[in-house]
Design a protein around this ligand. Structure first.
Ligand code: SAH
Ligand code: SF4
Ligand code: F3S
Length: 491
């Protein structure tokens, strides 16, 4: 099931899953609670227990499933309660300063666990581990292991050594690691992630990802397609192909590109919804757009981060496209798929951004009319090119700019969603709603809109009896907000 990214500052006007924003935390209930049956019985009763807590983007969610796979294969049991754990892993994010602050706070808190149990092993994994390396070990006495995203195979060995008091750091980045042979431990549910590539070669000047995740590498296409088939057979209803930059996917052996892969996956798993994230405007080819349009089970939703509406700023960000190129891609998407929903990422206050350039972003967002946007204050990251530039847009100006686009985006998303009132949408049932879990359920349209509808326990909703999580239902939309549709099941 999708978790909803909780943003650091602004409210998202979309609640789509995306590579983009860091989750402040993934509630263990969604990701660790429901272990596949093999996990419950596969390990001995007194096997040491691992608890994994995940921060950051969906790549990290997917990586945590790999980490669990590695540990389970080595005889560890999995738990959703840190109190029960012999090993606690915190899978971290370094994308913005706020993301790291949250993790520092969490590590402070884990001190208490360690005080209670001296033999508890605490490991910091992921992007922050890669970025801070020994500094983390030196400053956080409770940390026993620091392990970067390409070294997860070594976790069992490092945990064992930590048990004898030996602290461990493993942060080498690889040009080839794709964890192909590791079976991820997925949460029982209807939606699954498939990582199709790792790393990023784009080197946007603001972004730490190329330094924390290393060079771009793609998994073999046939393995991805086989995995999709297996997930369909296992009862999953939806898969999301994941990468920082999925549309530069390239299987070197077969020359299969992302559009080919998407087509092959859609054909191999015709009963599942296929999504992907994130794509880069530079690599958004006609072929990819045409492929999306051709297959009904490829969801009509594209997250295409633009970052800024100014060509000069885009150049300073090393984004490799102009505003005109971006708009032309948007027109092409709408020409092939008039109802395709669009979302984006925006950074405000990149060094040297003037008020006039900011207004260009405001104007672009007004023109495109995104269904949703993730909007961020620029946060300087060490080792990036922009780190060397002066962070010269004052904080209050950044906040003001952010506020302006957030408000505009809320209004636009509200207006777009109003248009759905009176229509009937095909909704994949996900389960109880966040706000009123006892009386309401929620699902998603293929355009990734959240739809809330009464649950059968609701007195007025007896006609809805019989549907379960994973069903596809028709919902008549009765009202809409910027964040969701609300309606009744009609079939
Ligand atoms: N690979 C994706 C995005 C990955 S990071 C892409 O290229 O589109 C997710 C988003 O975080 C980015 O799109 C950007 O909007 C934001 N981001 C990245 N680095 C940032 C920084 N230093 N400060 C503020 N926002 C940042
Ligand atoms: Fe970062 Fe740019 Fe790569 Fe996205 S494309 S991960 S923003 S460097
Ligand atoms: Fe993702 Fe954060 Fe790393 S956004 S790739 S977990 S820096």
């Amino acid at each position: 099931m999708f978790d909803l990214p909780i943003l650091e500052t602004p409210l998202p006007t979309t609640v789509s899953p995306t590579i983009a924003p860091e989750l402040t935390t993934l509630t263990p209930s969604l990701h660790d609670n429901v272990l596949p049956s093999t996990m419950k019985s596969g390990t001995s009763a007194n096997a040491p227990k691992v608890y994994v807590e995940t921060y950051g983007c969906q790549m990290n969610v997917s990586d945590s499933e790999i980490v669990k796979g590695v540990m389970h294969t080595s005889g560890y049991a999995l738990t959703d309660k840190p109190d029960d754990a012999d090993v606690i892993f915190v899978n971290t994010c370094a994308i913005r300063d706020n993301a790291e602050k949250k993790i520092h706070e969490r590590l402070m808190h884990l001190k208490y666990f360690k005080k209670r149990r001296r033999d508890l092993v605490v490991g910091v994994l992921g992007c922050m581990a890669e970025r801070m390396r020994d500094e983390l070990m030196e400053t956080k006495q409770i940390v026993d292991l620091v392990v970067g995203p390409d070294e997860y195979r070594r976790l069992p060995e490092l945990v064992e050594r930590a048990g004898t008091g030996e602290k461990g750091i493993a942060v080498k980045l690889s040009r080839v690691e794709t964890y192909d042979d590791i079976e991820p431990v997925r949460t029982d549910g209807i939606s699954a992630w498939i990582t199709i590539m790792r790393g990023c070669d784009k080197f946007c000047t603001f972004c730490v990802v190329p330094f924390t995740r290393g060079r771009e590498r793609s998994r073999a296409a046939h393995l991805i397609v086989d995995e999709a088939k297996r997930l369909q057979d296992a009862g999953f209803k939806e898969i999301t192909l994941l990468g920082q930059n999925v549309n530069s996917y390239h299987d070197e052996t077969t020359n299969i590109d992302f559009a080919d892969l998407l087509r092959d996956t859609a054909r191999a798993a015709p009963n599942m919804r296929i999504r992907y994230t994130t794509s880069h405007p530079y690599d958004m080819s006609d072929k990819l757009i045409a492929t999306m349009a051709e297959y009904d089970n490829i969801c009509k939703y594209i997250h295409l981060p633009v970052q800024s509406g100014s060509d000069r700023v885009l150049q300073a960000m090393n984004r490799h496209y102009t505003v005109e190129h971006y708009k032309e891609r948007m027109r092409k998407i709408k020409e092939f798929m008039p109802h395709c929903a669009l979302s984006t990422d925006i950074i405000v206050g990149f060094p040297t951004e003037t008020e006039e350039e900011h207004q260009m972003t405001v104007e672009l967002m007004r023109e495109v009319r995104y269904d949703g946007a993730y909007m961020f204050l620029y946060s300087p990251r060490e080792r990036t090119k922009a780190w060397k530039m002066e962070d010269d847009v004052p904080y209050d100006v950044k906040v003001h700019r952010l506020d302006e686009i957030v408000k505009q985006q809320q209004r636009i998303a509200g207006e777009i969603n109003q248009l759905a009132v009176g229509t009937t949408e095909h909704v994949l049932v996900e389960g109880p709603s966040k706000r009123n879990p006892d009386t309401e359920w929620q699902g998603r349209t293929d355009t990734n809109k959240i739809v809330i509808f009464p649950h059968l326990t609701d007195k007025n909703a007896s006609i809805h009896a019989g549907y379960v999580v994973g069903d596809m239902v028709k919902v008549k939309v009765e009202r809409a907000s910027a964040a969701a549709f609300f309606g009744q099941i009609v079939g």
